[in-house]
Design a protein around this ligand. Structure first.
Ligand code: ADP
Ligand code: MG
Length: 768
């Protein structure tokens, strides 16, 4: 697996070429209407645009719309779209993911498509990489939308309920995938139809589409409420603390899961009174607790995965180097880590509801998007979303020079090589952007650079707006910027600095020096991410260079080609290899990594699919409860005696209906949360449960389907009980009094580094 067969490429390629020439023809056709569009007054735009059937491809209407968009953007934004941008918009209207290089103006292409869709009566979400860009793009494009009488809004973390509701009522809404996803999840807390915020998902135009649709696809968005987590029993914590790696437990190569050896299991079983961990009595109770304790002791490290501040455990998001303020570990891990640190137990999170980015996007009737690297993600986009890709050529040919990879015999020599290279380039005044894999690496490199006299700016800012501000200056003469892959994505790097115009002396001076020099500190798990980094240089026909430094000791080699002996013949002084052998080794490690990633993705997808469908069923039920009189019908006849009593007491049917609704919603949400906990537990133990039986996936399906089948009945049973017992007055049902209060404290987060996710996954595939 991994790369596609030649045949696949050819098929994709031919299709793509055909589509591209269609778009070119469409844009050419639109030129005939330029004069017509120029003749329209501002006030005439909306009606002229509304009269068109924008969706009809290859039509005169589409051509007219494109002419209107060109004219309107020119007038409203001072940006007259290039033909290639309109080609991109045309393919977006066809529902493709379009590939347009960094700096080609994807924001405007997306806005043109959004306007076209909105004019056809669709409601559009433009999914931005982060809050900062959501707001920037909505405000930047607003005059264009205004001119076409298309309403536009945005949501960010700071938006109030009212602002969100207002934004979603607009034709086009900009928002990050997490904010929109959290709104979908928070609708889970509504007990009245009027409290719902999220509208029906219709069209999603996804910016940086490969990052959202592929790289982040499996990241769960979580709505959590506080509960007391079960700490593993003290006896378990105590014995697990004494286990030794290598003898009692092993950690797998990627450092994401730990498992007991036979010796370890034996010791634990003895210390816990001679039990059998894998017996029916313990496999679902004691064993998970042992696993959690083992996880807390062996995999979760202080100052790497979390810090202890003010007497509490705070998680660190390693890819961003930030404290993830609201995130807590699930399933007792939080409590176990607190116990390990000897801290007081705080409330842990109970997952009320969760949805992956992939499932969130699949709710939309139409998904399309744009990114600098769509073709390389083509196979996944097709497989998981049934999306086609289109390549749009750059407006000005790309003249960036990608130098061959430089490979070293070890990490120390690699870093020395990077420092030397950066120092030399920096002396000429050419700006340098170094892309690292995580914040720790950034800090280390900046430190080494400093020792050699080069002062670098490190992107580890606390928020996206600051990061954007810093990276926008990465093209300034003499700048050296160190940044991780994700940081500052979506921000334009202009040669000469953010204030420099394309024809300014500052721009030209840096262009003379060779433009932006991009340096990579190692291969990513997929070539696509390397391309993303390289694409930072050579924007809009600017000069630029890129080079990746690697070593045969890099983690990618360690993880994916552990048994391979590195080639000989590195230079004795510098440690750099000549020839291509070492580079070939790195390339094949990347191919293996990519294959493994695709496989994990496909597998995880199969597991997630079932729970996604179950979620849809529950949500459908929930929605019906909120918006119809079903609750009273459902429970009215069943509780007729109590009902009559209450009617006699002067309580209106309206109040009774809402009471039944709230009680049922409460229990439905409870059984769903319990189900999610069950699923997560099955995930972590499935390879044990499936031992000797059928495939883990079949076993997972069997268990999760069986459990889900019980849910509706259980919710109904509990609701009936509640309706019998709870106090109902004309003020409604007293759920709090019946000890059925909803979580008043809820929060949302994304699980970027959830140790359980990977562990569960690894286990599910019988330890990949
Ligand atoms: P991308 O998302 O493709 O990297 P952006 O949408 O951020 O690119 O735009 C990059 C830069 O190009 C911005 O500074 C923008 O003002 C400029 N730009 C976009 N479209 C045009 C245009 N038609 N004419 C001139 N400049 C443009
Ligand atoms: Mg962009």
């Amino acid at each position: 697996m991994g790369r596609f067969s030649n045949k696949m490429w050819k098929v994709l390629g031919a299709q793509s070429t055909r589509n591209q020439s269609r778009s070119v023809a469409q844009i050419e056709q639109s030129a005939a209407f330029d004069e017509w569009a120029q003749g329209l007054s501002d006030a005439e735009f909306p009606d002229a645009a509304l009269a068109l059937d924008v969706y009809k491809p290859k039509s005169e209407d589409r051509a007219k719309f494109i002419a209107i968009a060109r004219e309107a953007a020119g007038r409203a934004l001072g940006l007259r779209p290039f033909d290639v941008q309109l080609q991109g918009a045309d393919r977006l209207l066809e529902g493709d993911v379009v590939e347009m290089a960094t700096g080609e103006g994807k924001t405007l292409a997306g806005a043109v498509a959004a306007a076209g869709m909105a004019l056809s009566g669709r409601s559009v979400h433009v999914i931005s990489p982060n809050d900062y860009l959501a707001r920037r793009d909505a405000e930047w494009m607003k005059p264009f939308f205004d001119l076409l009488d298309v309403t536009v809004g945005y949501v960010t973390e700071a938006s109030t309920r009212e602002e969100r509701r207002d934004a979603y009522a607009r034709d086009v809404v900009y928002g990050s995938v997490n904010e929109i996803g959290f709104d979908v999840l928070r609708d889970q807390l509504a007990t009245r139809a009027e409290d719902l915020i999220s509208p029906k998902p219709d069209v999603a135009i996804v910016d940086e589409a490969d990052s959202v649709l592929v790289d982040e696809a499996l990241i769960p968005l979580v709505l959590a409420g506080s509960v007391r987590g079960d700490v593993p029993q003290a006896a378990i914590m105590e014995v697990v603390a004494r286990l030794r790696q290598g003898k009692h437990y092993e950690i797998d190569a990627d450092g994401k899961s730990a498992f007991l050896t036979d010796d370890g299991a034996k010791l634990v079983e003895e210390e816990l009174g001679g039990i059998d961990l894998y017996s029916d009595a313990h496999i679902g109770t004691t064993l998970p607790q042992v696993n959690i304790a083992l996880h807390a002791y062996s995999l979760v490290e202080r100052d790497i995965h979390y810090i202890v501040r003010d007497g509490t455990v705070k998680l660190i998001n390693s890819s961003r180097g930030r404290v993830a303020e609201l995130q807590r570990w699930p399933d007792g891990l939080q409590a176990a880590v607190e116990a390990k640190e000897g801290l007081a137990q705080t409330d842990s999170g109970e997952v009320i509801d969760t949805i992956t980015v992939q499932a969130l996007l699949q709710r939309y009737a139409l998904v399309c998007g744009m990114t600098g690297t769509a073709i390389a993600a083509g196979e996944q986009l097709r497989q998981f979303y049934d999306l086609g890709v289109s390549q749009i050529p750059p407006n000005t040919p790309n003249i960036r020079v990608d130098q061959p990879m430089r490979v070293y015999d070890n990490k120390g020599n690699k870093v020395a090589g990077i420092v030397e290279y950066v120092r030399e380039v920096h002396e000429t005044g050419q700006p340098v952007l170094i892309g690292t894999h995580d914040v720790a690496e950034s800090e280390e490199l900046a430190h080494m650079l400093k020792i050699s006299g080069v002062v670098a700016t490190v992107l580890n800012a606390k928020n996206d707006a600051d990061e954007a501000r810093i990276i926008a200056e990465a093209g300034t003469k003499g700048a050296v910027t160190v940044s991780t892959q994700m940081a500052g994505r979506g921000t334009d790097i202009k040669l000469g600095g953010s204030a420099a115009g394309d024809d300014s002396p500052e721009h030209d001076e840096v262009a003379e020096l060779g433009g932006l020099a991009v340096v990579g500190t190692g291969l990513h798990d997929t070539e696509r991410l390397d391309q993303q980094l390289k694409g930072r240089a050579g924007r809009q026909g600017d000069p630029g260079t890129s080079v990746i430094f690697a070593s045969v000791e890099d983690p990618i080699v360690e993880r994916h080609l552990p048994l391979k002996t590195p080639p000989r013949g590195a230079d004795v002084d510098t440690g750099e290899f000549s020839g291509t052998k070492a580079a070939d080794m790195l390339d094949s490690a990347q191919r293996v990594a990519e294959g493994a990633m695709l496989e994990t993705h496909a597998n995880t997808w199969r597991y997630n699919q079932l729970v996604n469908q179950q979620r849809d069923l529950i949500m459908g039920r929930r929605h019906a409860l909120l918006t119809t009189d079903k609750p009273l019908v459902e429970f009215g006849d069943l509780e007729s005696e109590r009902l009559e009593e209450r009617r006699a007491a002067g309580i209106s049917d309206e109040v009774l209906e809402q009471a039944a609704r709230e009680a049922f919603l409460y229990h439905l949400d409870r059984v769903w949360a319990e189900h999610l906990a069950f699923v997560s537990e099955v995930q972590t133990t499935i390879h044990l449960r499936a031992l000797g039986r059928q495939s883990p996936l079949d076993e997972f399906h069997r268990l999760v389907v069986e459990e889900f089948r019980k849910l509706p009945e259980e919710a109904v049973r509990r609701t009936r009980e509640t309706l019998q017992e709870a106090e109902i007055t004309e003020n409604g049902i007293d759920l709090d009094g019946a000890d059925l209060g909803r979580n008043t404290l809820t929060w949302t987060y994304m699980v970027h580094d959830n140790p359980f996710a990977t562990k569960g996954m690894a286990n599910m595939f019988g330890l990949i």
